[in-house]
Design a protein around this ligand. Sequence first.
Ligand SMILES: [Zn+2]
Ligand SMILES: [Zn+2]
Length: 312
Amino acid sequence: MTTTVLPLGTASALPTRDRHLSALAVERKGRVLLFDCGEGTQYRLMDADLNRARVDAVFITHLHGDHVYGLMGLLSTLGQLGRAEPVVVAGPAALDRMLREMPGMQHGWLPYDVEFVSLDEGFDRACVYETEELSVTARPLDHRIFTAGYRLAEKTRPGRFDPGRARDLGVTDPRDFGRLQDGETIDVEGGTVDPDDVMGPERQGISVAYVTDTRPCEGGRRLAREADLVYHDATFGDDLSDRAVETGHSTAREAAAVARDAGAQRLLLGHFSARYDTPEPLVEQAREVFPATDAAVELAPTVLDPREKWGE
Ligand SMILES: [Zn+2]
Ligand SMILES: [Zn+2]
């Protein structure tokens, strides 16, 4: 199954004519997970031809308005669309209080439950969302206020069963093929056959890290570890590296160093300051450190397919 990553907004703080406020959509089988939800995100979901009614979870990094003010509008619209299934919202604990106190944001007003997963100061790592196929974990980042980054990872799949090899080792009963795949050891004439003898290596799924807003930090590197795709704060270029320190952001070059040190496959730069009409200079600076870098382009999809890693 493929996973599509779609930046919906790549502006920092100030929306411009060309750039919208922070949000990144991940789509699988028509279901949508959202990372951040800046003002106007529900319109960007429509622009991206994603089904708003099928947003299953929203992961909020922090409570600067440019990352969260679209959440109430989206949750309200989901109610208007008659959603009945719960929606998971993960983020700082103060957001839970905001939603509880805001009229219209609770069950009774909304026809569905908001299941809030609260992240508190001092947390180290938390699993905030899990399905049969994937999980999303959070780690703390280093910004001016409490901020969490996220990593979506598909679960590891078992290796491929080799029936020819099993037969060569003396396994004749087809039912034993299934038992081996379930992890059982099988007795054969003159010995035993272990699952490891007939199963290929475990197949790693794809992973995507969402790391903004932040200085380069250990939490970001851990989220990005060997990820197939990393979206990282690159608010400034080399010319404004002191502004990056003052405001708790990263330069494009620093984002590239995080991706390189984490052993990531690809980097998308985002959260661009309105001072830059085009992110091209930032991309050039980053590529000196990590060549597999691009600027995130709003509504331009990146499709990730784990079968490419498995050579299938
Ligand atoms: Zn921001
Ligand atoms: Zn911020």
